[in-house]
Write a protein that binds this ligand. Structure first.
Ligand code: SF4
Length: 160
């Protein structure tokens, strides 16, 4: 798979960390929409006409203080941390003043600070990017604890 996918749609990084199959399916535009499975042919058709744009979804910025802010309702998960770090890295390329990210868990009253650059996260991203580049086909399904809440549950686990 081409690495542009992750740079054009950086929000897919979190999917990759949760489930490589979900990442792959989302990357080729297969989502479950209104419980109706989107047909592959239609997806490819739409994809050709789609404008590519970089989707960075950040809750807030503090330009003055040089950080981005993310709010999570509950526990802050590892994929969410890595996702925020990736946004921070991308935003830093456009504005060198943004060097930190603050993630706040509203219910847990917890705050995590991230700094760019961070060697550990950079190595983790490099490893993930290598894996993405080597992806040749849809990874096989594997039962996971979050399958039941995944929008692609029907696609993976419900047969006729
Ligand atoms: S249902 Fe499970 S295996 Fe299928 S894409 Fe979702 S998380 Fe991955």
């Amino acid at each position: 798979m081409k690495l542009e996918v992750i740079y054009n749609r950086p929000h897919l990084l979190e999917s990759f960390v949760y489930c490589k199959r979900r990442f792959y399916l989302n990357a080729i535009n297969i989502y479950n929409s209104d419980d109706k499975l989107i047909r592959l042919g239609k997806v490819y058709h739409d994809q050709k006409q789609q404008k590519v744009e970089c989707l960075i979804k950040i809750d807030d910025f503090s330009w003055k203080k040089g950080y981005i802010l993310e709010y999570k309702k509950n526990k802050i998960s590892k994929p969410e941390i890595l996702q925020t770090y990736f946004y921070l890295k991308l935003i830093n390329q456009y504005n060198k003043r943004i060097k930190r990210a603050k993630i706040t868990s509203i219910e847990k009253h917890k705050v995590i600070w991230l700094e760019y650059p961070d060697e550990e996260y950079e190595n983790e991203l490099e490893r993930i990017f290598r894996e993405i580049e080597n992806m040749k086909e849809i990874p096989p399904r594997k039962p996971r604890k979050y399958c039941k809440n995944c929008s692609l549950y029907d696609y993976c686990w419900v047969s006729e």
